[in-house]
Design a binder for this molecule. Structure first.
Ligand code: HAM
Length: 418
């Protein structure tokens, strides 16, 4: 009897060809602006001690209270698959003393993250982020630059149907002034025990409650924006000024609450218009108390996490990904042993010059090899036999139009670059 087929665990995102090429493209678009701004790669473990996230991300959050993949390892330690990247970066920065070097420490990362959420379109249990963190500088200009880097990534993909929401969660002084009034306000609401407990841990969480009766009740709640200290207000004004100077349009959203507890000051989210419920394609902000919370110095920081899966969905929704965007430049069909060797040489040379070249190996008959060339979607095809090698010229066929032209092997690179 045939054995049952195995399937991937529920809710994970996977990318297989041909879509994986589009995934790669999107991810690279999101990473490149960070590289160009001098951010350096930090490659971290996908699992950490659980305490890093309970302390770093905060126990009032859904991420920590409901969504972590936590297990005991063979040594009896509590381990968690990373639900986000910032806490791990902070841990590593402290552990490796990067906070004692040149500041700000500017780092980028890209990889898989894990949250046990209810799977739906654009919401996965394993998903991918590209993120950056700039640690140790409390200058509003870097807030604007961080936002601009994210924006440049989305623009490089070609996305245009998204908006940027920003707010400020203020400094400790702003938040404690606001908290007093917010707690008073919440005390007037009729809430169930679980919601009360959440509000006690972090009253701001109620702004993020999806239930319509709570959203309704919170309409009249005091907003942090009205409690900003002079310093926080001045910082935020500067950020907005720089964004305007950069031509990056923003919408003030004073009710924005991020799903993680470490945020302070400037916070932001990129929201795509065509993605329905899971429309957040990226977000981030300042986290000026996180390093100290994790046992490090009192250093400020700011960063973002961009959802690669969602950015890809957004690109598809905006019809930016054409099926022939990622095909090879040339497909070579060698006929015979000498041709095979020559094909390897030609391909190696063209690849060195930046072309993508495939060869039909396996001594297939010409008809079958032509079919493979067609299926590959390659832009051009050549058939290479003994006579072509002797004459030094080949018939270069453009697959889309079917037009052929005679070119010398040495000038293939020029012909392919047209
Ligand atoms: P976050 O908002 O939780 O922030 O996640 C960032 C992005 O990851 C979201 O905007 C979304 O695009 C994507 N994302 C989150 N959860 C899922 C999911 N279940 N499925 C698919 N995509 C998802 C952070 O993680 C912070 N660490 C960002 C940050 C860095 N803040 C400061 N520095």
């Amino acid at each position: 009897m045939a054995k049952a087929k195995l399937q991937a665990p529920k809710g994970v995102s996977e990318y297989v060809p041909p879509r994986s090429r589009a995934f790669e493209f999107v991810r690279d678009c999101l990473i490149n602006p960070a590289r160009k701004a001098g951010y350096q790669l930090i490659e971290l473990p996908v699992f950490e001690d659980t305490e890093l996230f309970t302390r770093g991300v905060g126990e009032s959050t859904d991420v920590v209270s409901k969504e972590m993949y936590t297990f005991e390892d063979r040594g009896g330690r509590s381990i968690t698959l990373r639900p986000e990247g910032t806490a791990g970066v902070m841990r590593a920065v402290i552990e490796h003393g990067l906070d004692r070097g040149q500041l700000p420490a500017k780092l980028w990362y890209s990889g898989a993250f894990f949250r046990a959420e209810r799977p739906q379109a654009g919401r996965y249990r394993q998903f991918y982020q590209v993120g950056i963190e700039a640690i140790g500088l409390d200058d509003p200009a870097i807030d604007a630059e961080v936002i601009a880097i994210a924006d440049a990534g989305f623009k490089a993909i070609g996305l245009s149907k998204y908006r940027l929401d920003i707010t400020s969660l203020g400094d400790a002084q702003s938040r404690s002034a606001h908290r007093v009034d917010l707690v008073k306000f919440i005390a007037t609401l009729d809430l169930d025990e679980a919601t009360k407990a959440r509000a006690e841990l972090n009253p701001l969480r109620l702004f993020d409650d999806k239930r319509s009766e709570i959203a309704q009740a919170m309409q009249g709640a005091p907003l942090l924006m009205d409690y900003l200290s002079d310093a926080s207000r001045a910082h935020f004004e500067k950020v907005k000024e720089y964004l305007d100077a950069l031509g990056i349009s923003w919408t003030l959203n004073p009710r924005m609450v991020r799903g993680l507890d470490y945020y302070t000051g400037t916070t932001f989210e990129f929201v795509h218009e065509l993605l329905g419920a899971q429309s957040g394609i990226g977000g981030g902000g300042r986290y000026d108390g996180l390093m100290a919370e994790l046992g490090g110095q009192e250093l400020s920081g700011i960063g973002f996490g961009l959802g690669v899966d969602r950015a890809l969905l957004a690109a598809e929704a905006e019809s930016l990904i054409e099926s022939d965007d990622f095909v090879s430049d040339l497909f070579i069909i060698p006929l015979g042993e000498l041709a095979k060797r020559t094909s390897l040489e030609i391909a190696a040379q063209l690849r060195k010059l930046g072309k993508t070249v495939e060869i039909a190996f396996g001594d297939r008959a010409l008809k079958g090899a032509m079919k493979a060339a067609d299926k590959s979607g390659a832009k051009y095809v050549i058939v290479l036999g003994d006579s072509e090698i002797t004459s030094g010229s080949v018939e270069l066929k453009e697959m889309k139009s079917g037009i052929t032209s005679s070119v010398t092997i040495d000038s293939l690179i020029t012909a392919l670059s047209k």
